[in-house]
Design a protein around this ligand. Structure first.
Ligand SMILES: Cc1cc2nc3c(=O)[nH]c(=O)nc-3n(C[C@H](O)[C@H](O)[C@H](O)COP(=O)(O)OP(=O)(O)OC[C@H]3O[C@@H](n4cnc5c(N)ncnc54)[C@H](O)[C@@H]3O)c2cc1C
Length: 399
């Protein structure tokens, strides 16, 4: 295998690097550095999204005819690496990575024409209404009801763990339209306007003290039938298709960024007369994580090749999700080790966004602790690791 970049790819890297240098403001880079949770803060993310949209680079994974870039696997990879290197804010995934690909696969021509441009530009901000209390891993047991009434459905029920619902003007949601037959067969997929009368959003504060999650209540909410994606009672196929995209992420870029910061912190952490970076036990863990990140990267490239061919990620995204989540959490744990007592969650200054944590904290003042806590969700959201392994056993191994 020849891993050397071709002259054309090197030229592309230079083009990306130049664009990033010209477009990223210090405020945006600071926003990226100070991210304390899985989700980027909305102002940084949307500002950056709009800049990328103007350039035509906001949705590299979409087919070119809908606004994608038409890049090769290598180009996509270079772009992700350069964005991490230049400290770009991350894009919030619900619209661009979940709703958009789902609409491209299953939406009507009218739905695609209306929603896709609004997703690319950031005009619409989507949230995901899948989980309900009691219906997380067992998602198909959901009970939010949608009853047909003329050209509309009337929706009643509640969703939980709805990320960024407080910012969203649209929700893609699973609702029950039939209680007969298998539970998967009575589910429909709706696009719900969050400004509709009868919707209430109530915050849930997470373990890191952040407001990302919500409960969303529906009381006689009217949704046009034209907002259904797929056939009535066939929403389960749409839901599973979307989850394949949700579970795929270029996680290795994020892990590598964490490891760079861990290494920088360890250089400043005293340890038996030298620094933690010289400690053989620490070095072994760091080296193993660097190797595992390369393995993760190779797995991601396989899925990227499918996306480049216009195919969905497939069940491999479940395995990738496990590999990504667990590697990230081990990297976070090593970060906590590198911070020593500054990693204690009860240290108020460590929980402060962008808190200055030297003498032994990371040089850039990155708050590891909130990220460590927030990333616990990487093996829960989108289906827990146990559920992903169950899917792999069933769909890939045929067990
Ligand atoms: C930060 C965060 C953001 C989220 N954002 C959203 C969102 O925007 N929209 C949305 O709809 N949902 C969201 N979720 C919800 C997420 O999808 C669910 O938390 C997840 O599917 C797990 O469901 P649960 O929490 O009900 O856990 P449960 O299903 O109660 O599971 C509890 C434990 O039991 C294990 N378990 C359950 N069933 C099995 C089984 N069959 N075999 C083996 N082990 C099993 C699980 O692995 C887990 O460890 C989010 C969750 C988090 C943490």
């Amino acid at each position: 295998m020849d891993l050397t970049l071709s002259a054309a790819d090197e030229a592309f890297r230079l083009e990306v690097r130049t664009f990033l240098e010209e477009s990223l403001t210090p405020e945006l880079q600071e926003g990226a550095d100070k991210r304390t949770s899985l989700w980027q803060d909305v102002p940084s993310s949307l500002t950056w999204q709009r800049i990328l949209h103007v350039k035509g680079w906001v949705a590299p994974d979409w087919p070119a005819e809908y606004g994608g870039t038409g890049w090769s696997v290598v180009q996509r990879y270079i772009f992700a690496q350069e964005c991490a290197r230049a400290r770009c804010p991350s894009l919030i995934p619900m619209s661009l990575k979940m709703c958009g690909p789902m609409l491209i696969g299953y939406g009507t021509d009218e739905q695609k024409a209306h929603y896709l441009p609004r997703i690319l530009s950031g005009q619409d901000f989507w949230c995901q209404g899948y989980s309900e209390s009691g219906s997380g891993s067992d998602l198909a047991s959901l009970s939010t009801m949608a009853v047909g009434d003329g050209d509309e459905y009337v929706v009643n029920g509640a969703k939980i763990w709805t990320s960024y619902a407080q910012h969203a003007n649209m929700m893609f949601a699973l609702v029950r339209t039939s209680t007969e037959g298998k539970k998967q067969e009575g589910i429909s997929f709706l696009l719900i306007d969050m400004t509709s009368p009868g919707i209430t959003v109530r915050p849930i504060i997470n373990i890191a003290g952040a407001h990302e999650l919500n409960e969303v209540f529906f009381e006689d909410v009217r949704v046009p039938k034209a907002n259904r994606v797929g056939e009535e009672n066939d929403g389960w196929s749409v839901a599973k298709y979307l989850l394949e995209f949700e579970r795929f992420a270029m996680g290795s870029v994020e892990v590598r960024r964490t490891l760079d910061r861990v290494e920088a912190s360890a250089t400043a952490t005293p340890m038996r007369g030298e620094t933690l970076k010289e400690d053989p036990g620490f070095r072994r863990k760091l080296a193993q994580l660097r190797i595992d990140t390369m393995v993760l990267e190779a797995s991601e490239q396989r899925v990227l090749a499918k996306l480049s061919a216009g195919e969905p990620p497939g069940p491999a995204s479940s395995l990738l999700r496990v590999q990504n989540g667990e590697t990230q959490q081990r990297a976070d744990l090593l970060g906590a080790e590198a911070l020593g007592y500054y990693a204690a969650p009860y240290q108020p200054e460590a929980l402060e966004v962008g808190a200055s944590m030297p003498p032994i904290g990371p040089a850039e003042g990155i708050a590891f602790v909130p990220m460590y806590l927030s990333n616990r969700m990487k093996t829960i959201a989108g289906g827990s690791s146990e559920i992903q392994r169950n899917i792999a056993a069933k769909v890939i191994l045929g067990l």
